[in-house]
Design a protein around this ligand. Structure first.
Ligand code: HEC
Length: 159
């Protein structure tokens, strides 16, 4: 066997041995995401912020409120889950950041009725990034990877 084909064989074997989890990890540690779900320090700060400021509505296990898709008699939606059963992960990081900082009205219009507070004054930008990093860190690797992909698409659209 030539040394070239030996190297090729070695490369194929190495890639073949990498588990999907490792590949997903390499993919999700893309430096361009505003969120840092693999940074243990940021994630643990974010968990504290979550427990203090979000868990009352979104649930201590990120499970959301009962019947979260159905508006109540006054037209308000219950708090949705932040686990993979919700649609938090369908929004690029920047949108999530803006919703937490400026409220849902930032996208839905000033007249939109929502119980979701805006955290512009209550939380710093770093705390908002931390809490969203914590939320993202709880998603399975494949959902995190899909979210990274979404961010990439969002970035290429704004260029
Ligand atoms: C007083 C209850 C309440 C608190 C506290 C709260 N939320 Fe919400 N949140 C809601 C409700 C209700 C919605 C649904 C928004 C709507 O009316 O359309 C929501 C929606 C969201 C969304 C949009 C989800 C999506 O899929 O579109 C994000 C992101 C979010 N909240 C993050 C947070 C974070 C992070 C915190 C803590 C810093 C927090 N929320 C605290 C009630 C709350």
């Amino acid at each position: 066997m030539s040394s070239k084909s030996a190297r090729l064989l070695l490369l194929t074997l190495t890639l073949g041995l990498m588990s999907p989890a490792v590949l997903a990890f390499l993919w999700s540690s893309s430096p361009k995401d505003l969120l840092k779900p693999t940074d243990a320090k940021i994630v643990s700060k974010g968990q504290q912020v979550y427990d203090m400021s979000c868990a009352a509505c979104h649930g201590s296990k990120l499970q959301g409120q009962f019947n979260w898709r159905t508006r109540d008699a006054q037209g308000y939606l219950p708090a949705p889950p932040h686990d993979p059963s919700g649609h938090t992960w369908h929004h690029p990081s920047e949108q999530l950041f803006n919703m937490v900082k400026f409220g849902i009205q930032h996208y839905a219009g000033a007249d939109y009725k929502s119980h979701m507070p805006k955290f512009e004054r209550a939380l710093t930008d770093e705390q908002i990034v931390a809490v969203l990093s914590y939320i993202k860190s709880t998603w399975p690797k494949d959902i995190q990877a899909k979210h990274d992909q979404l961010n990439q698409q969002a970035r290429s659209q704004t260029k």
